[in-house]
Ligand binder design. Structure first.
Ligand code: MN
Length: 734
């Protein structure tokens, strides 16, 4: 009986303890955000208390104390009720049998969405041995989050876990501390949350390098002993001087944190006495003007150290930290940094983006939040123009890395790919061989097509097959240049093999025509002739013939220098030979595919594009040239009608051709903008160059990706419609 009653008593006292802590939380929120609805919080607390009831932390405390403390950290940051409710519920989905649907039905979409975000991140293992991976991990974490409040909860969660890390087994301590130092502290820094970052770093430092931690701690403690008085004295002297000058301000002082001191010493290879900002006095003023006035007052009493005055008010740091810094020499000859800033800047320095997170009912923002939006833009390295930043913020939606997608191997390695990348891109990122032989893919355990678009957090698994090979088709959907290059390379190598074959056939044919004996040519002779023509191996020469780069007649002349290479009549067989070499059925039209098909190429003089009427012409050893019917050279070709061959465009094309245009216009403001807008709506611009003449005439050279004749015509029409444009003309290189 005694036992039961003691357990009972204990249960009641823990209940009371957490309940008191919860009441404190409500009080805090009422103070900071009087208009918030606390009913949601009460329900979240009760729900969390119920579901975590039997769970105990390694510290011996009831589990509930953890979400409660996380909630307190967020309440101190003055965050909104949904965020704090999320803190109370953040571990229920992961650690209990509660499902997200239950959370949604009880607390609504907003809270459920936030809890889901936190749960998703918690499942990831970020600790890694590689420096390079850490940055990717941080980015991925951000990419997986679509609401910044998820990160606030996660940081607060981590802060409390670090505060209670001593209860964990040492192996886990190491992992968590490393992850904190690599992922969460830099994240807090990025978000300008200086206070949380400092605490996270110092706590992690103690676990990761206890020796260095202890050493620097003792050094700083010693320094503190005789610096504290100096700082106090200076602070009150400054306070007095400011008052005499009619400036309202409060003055604080601080000694630099351990880990950031340690890092600075290591980075600059300096000892403690050379760290100028080890000791700092902070002046917190009422206005920006007062900051500069206060700096004047400080300098009238203490001389500044040259080169140490920094104006981060005019030029904020990337995380939007603002302050005036100056270093002065204190009484005992010690340098002391003086940091001067307004209340608002101070809060920003301590709380970062959270200080600006004034999410209000109705999603309204004051003009003062302009600054925080600018900050957010910088924070996320937002590269695309936002049409309306207010709207962007009010929806609370973020997409931090719009150009990248973060995926995992089954073993948990992060693979960063361009947005919309496919399993083929993923496969080539793993290894060229994996890419070349990939036949299928699984994403998150499910089979997907190779052109599937990967999403953040996807775990991809590639199936390969020995002897498998890339398909030309892949070029139409891969997104990474690595995959594209590797596929092209493979195709080139394969084409080389067939070009060698083709070159040999062409030489056989030509030798019959010139009545010399190809069969008598030895390997040595061929190699010698090749080298004489600048090709290291005979295969290089054969391939060159096959690709149409080396005329067969020239090769034969090298091999049979004594023969007079007189052409025998072979008019009819020429077309047939080419058709045979290209594996065509006799009489069929030659199909013209892309830009640089083997042995079939678009003539440089007219560069026909799909949709134009074309004529094929068998050149002497250069393959089949395809001309536009309108090309002036075609007239000349008619002299040798036996060299004509029927050609047609391949039915369903995906490729495009670069087409050069020259556009003439009168120069006027906005012309280029309108022009590029008109074009980019319809295609890619490969190159654009503008020249201005003195008479106000603009000549614009353009290279555009064009799929066919119709496409080109539409573009030209659109360009001609632009005010000021007088003339658009297609030009050719030759
Ligand atoms: Mn937690």
């Amino acid at each position: 009986m005694d036992n039961i009653s003691s357990t009972f008593r204990q249960a009641i006292s823990t209940n009371l303890l957490t309940l008191t802590r919860f009441r404190d939380l409500l009080k805090k929120i009422k103070q900071n955000r009087p208009s918030e609805d606390l009913e949601l919080l009460r329900r979240a607390y009760q729900f969390s208390a119920r579901t975590h009831k039997r769970q105990v932390r390694l510290s011996g405390e009831p589990f509930l104390s953890h979400p409660l403390e996380v909630a307190h950290i967020l309440a101190d940051l003055r965050l909104d009720v949904p965020t704090i409710a999320t803190a109370l519920l953040h571990d229920v989905v992961e650690d209990t049998t509660v499902t997200l649907d239950e959370i949604r039905s009880q607390f609504g979409d907003e809270v459920a969405h936030l809890v889901e975000g936190v749960t998703k991140i918690s499942k990831l293992e970020f600790a890694s041995r590689e420096e390079r991976q850490a940055e990717n991990m941080r980015k991925m974490l951000l990419a997986m989050v679509d609401d910044l409040r998820v990160i606030f909860v996660k940081l607060a969660d981590r802060l409390h876990n670090m505060r209670t890390l001593r209860y964990l087994p040492s192996e886990k301590q190491q992992r968590v501390a490393q992850e904190t130092l690599e992922i969460y502290a830099p994240l807090a820094h990025r978000m300008g949350m200086g206070k949380i970052r400092g605490e996270l770093e110092d706590m992690a430092f103690a676990y990761i390098d206890p020796h260095a931690y202890q050493e620097i701690r003792e050094e700083i403690e010693e320094k503190r002993r005789y610096s504290e008085d100096l700082l106090k004295e200076m602070a009150s002297a400054i306070e007095q001087k400011l008052q005499e000058n009619g400036l309202q301000a409060r003055v604080e002082w601080r000694i630099k944190r351990l880990y950031s001191t340690y890092k600075k010493m290591k980075r600059q290879k300096e000892d403690l006495s050379q760290i100028y900002d080890l000791l700092a006095v902070r002046i917190i003023t009422q206005s920006v003007n007062d900051c500069y006035a206060a700096m004047g007052v400080v300098h009238s009493v203490w001389s500044p150290v040259p080169g140490r005055i920094k104006d981060f008010i005019a030029m904020p740091r990337p995380n939007l930290y603002q302050s005036l810094h100056t270093t002065v020499i204190g009484k005992s000859g010690q340098p002391v940094e003086v940091q001067i800033r307004t209340e608002e800047m101070h809060r920003t320095a301590e709380e970062g983006i959270a200080a600006h997170w004034k999410y209000k009912e109705g999603g309204m923002y004051s003009a003062a939040d302009e600054q925080s939006m600018a900050w957010l833009r910088q924070l996320v390295e937002w590269q695309q123009e936002m049409s309306d930043p207010t709207e962007f913020l009010s929806t609370l939606k973020i997409d931090l890395y719009p150009e990248e997608v973060y995926t995992f191997t089954p073993k948990g390695k992060v693979v960063v790919l361009p947005r919309d990348a496919t399993p083929v891109d993923f496969a080539y990122a793993i290894h060229t061989e994996v890419g070349n032989t990939c036949t299928g893919a699984k994403v998150n355990g499910k089979l997907v097509p190779l052109r599937y678009r990967l999403r953040n957090g996807d775990i991809a698994e590639i199936a390969t097959q020995k002897g498998g090979h890339p398909s030309r088709d892949w070029l139409t959907f891969v997104k990474s240049s690595r995959a594209r290059n590797k596929i092209k390379h493979w195709i080139n190598v394969t084409e080389r093999a067939s070009s060698i074959d083709l070159g040999r056939k062409l030489l056989e044919k030509e030798s019959r025509r010139y009545n010399v004996s190809w069969g008598k040519v030895s390997a040595e002779e061929l190699t010698k002739a090749s080298q004489g023509m600048g090709y290291p191996h005979s295969d290089d020469l054969l391939s060159a013939v096959g690709f149409g780069k080396a005329p067969p007649r020239q090769v034969l002349a090298k091999l049979f220098p004594e023969s007079v290479l007189e052409e025998k009549a072979g008019k009819k067989t020429l077309t047939q030979t080419v058709q045979k070499a290209l594996g065509m059925t006799p009489g069929a039209a030659l199909q013209v595919k892309g830009f640089h098909d083997l042995l079939v190429y678009r003539a440089k003089c007219c560069e026909p594009i799909r949709g134009e009427e074309v004529v094929g012409y068998i050149t002497r050893g250069k393959g089949v040239a395809v001309h536009a019917k309108s090309c002036s050279n075609v007239q000349n070709l008619l002299y040798e009608p036996e060299r004509r061959i029927e050609v047609e465009w391949v039915a369903s094309p995906d490729d495009s051709y670069p087409v050069q245009l020259v556009l003439r216009s009168s120069d006027r403001p906005g012309l280029l903008k309108e022009l590029t807008a008109a074009i980019t709506e319809r295609t890619n611009i490969r190159n654009i160059e503008t020249r201005f003449a003195e008479n106000g005439e603009a000549t614009i050279d353009l290279t555009l990706d064009i799929t066919d004749k119709k496409h080109l015509e539409k573009l030209v029409t659109a360009m001609r419609k632009i005010h000021g444009v007088r003339d658009v003309e297609r030009i050719h290189k030759v």
